[in-house]
Ligand binder design. Structure first.
Ligand code: AMP
Length: 301
């Protein structure tokens, strides 16, 4: 396996990619905030399988954190990230500093209207503007053939797809299913804030989502009754719920009796805190049926 090259400035990144570009090689990009785990490694392996060269970015993007959030505390371990990225098949790791991505005088940001202010965006105002801005910067620097995003961040995937379609970006946005621990807990860098015992408690989230799936499979079709099955499971642990919704493809909450078509498209999304650690997760209402990974380019929103 060739050694991983780590670059820290946009200029270094561009020159490291120049040869691959001259040769017309396909390039995959996996944007991350680091502290890489098996979920990230899955995205990197997928990219390495589908592209000649894979770039992993490791950047804790300050513009997507509110002042009250965990920017300073966010876990960081570059040496371990380099090992994980290399073993998963990445050729380049881009690790810029905030001033590299936001030089003095920077004044431009990107906002995906509508999608960015719903659901998670309502709980975290400005978050998706920060995400869209940094992702567009990374896409412009790398100009990848494909860019890989986890379904774990369902709304982020939708925002990025919408931006890529609206701005005619020459990159295919690929969504990758969520990687979970055996307990069902979705892997996340923020899980490191929780002890092993509390991570076991956090598995209640995926159990709750599965309970909603089971209620639908059992014949329940009313959105509120379906969500009630999830709430009942969440009540087993000290979860401070932010939201539990069934969303349509445009990320609008579904209500009342679901048609089979609505159910096939519906996504169950959760956010809440356990011992002050914010967790998010999501699943399709009907396992295996949902082929659409967030709104498709061109879909009305
Ligand atoms: P993050 O470092 O948390 O910003 O995540 C970087 C990318 O990895 C995003 O596209 C995430 O959706 C994705 N990701 C994070 N956790 C998982 C997971 N458990 N399974 C699949 N993808 C994930």
């Amino acid at each position: 396996m060739p050694a991983l090259q780590t670059v820290t400035t946009p200029a270094e990144l561009r020159s490291a990619l120049a040869e691959a570009r001259r040769q017309g090689q396909s390039v995959g990009l996996v944007p991350t905030m680091g502290f890489l785990h098996e979920g990230h490694a899955t995205l990197i392996r997928r990219s390495a399988a589908e592209n000649a060269l894979t770039v992993v970015s490791v950047f804790v993007n300050p513009t997507q954190f509110a002042p009250t959030e965990d920017l300073a505390a966010y876990p960081r371990d570059l040496a371990r990230d380099q090992t994980v990225a290399q073993e998963a098949g990445a050729a380049l790791l881009f690790h810029p500093q905030p001033q590299d991505m936001y030089p003095p005088g920077h004044a431009t940001s990107v906002s995906v209207a509508g999608l960015s202010t719903r659901v998670e965006g309502a709980s975290r105002p400005g978050h998706f503007d920060g995400v869209a801005t940094v992702v567009l910067k990374l896409l412009n620097l790398v100009q990848p053939t494909r860019a890989y995003f986890g379904e774990k961040d369902w709304q982020q995937l939708a925002v990025v797809r919408r931006m890529a379609a609206d701005l005619f970006l020459n990159t295919e946005v690929v969504g990758v299913p969520t990687v979970r621990a055996q307990s069902g807990l979705a892997l996340s860098s923020r899980n490191s804030y929780l002890s092993a015992e509390r991570q076991a408690q956090a598995a209640v989230v995926s159990r709750a989502l599965r309970a909603v799936q089971a209620a639908y499979a059992g014949g329940e079709q009313d959105a509120q009754a379906l969500l009630a099955a999830g709430h009942a499971v969440l009540a087993q642990e000290p979860v401070d719920l932010d939201y539990l919704h069934l969303l349509d493809a445009e990320l609008q909450p579904l209500q009342g009796q679901l048609t089979p078509q609505q159910a096939a498209q519906a996504r169950l999304v959760f956010a809440g805190r356990l011992h002050a650690v914010r967790l998010i997760d999501n699943m399709p209402l009907v396992p295996g049926e949902q082929v659409q990974q967030g709104p498709t380019p061109g879909a009305p929103l």
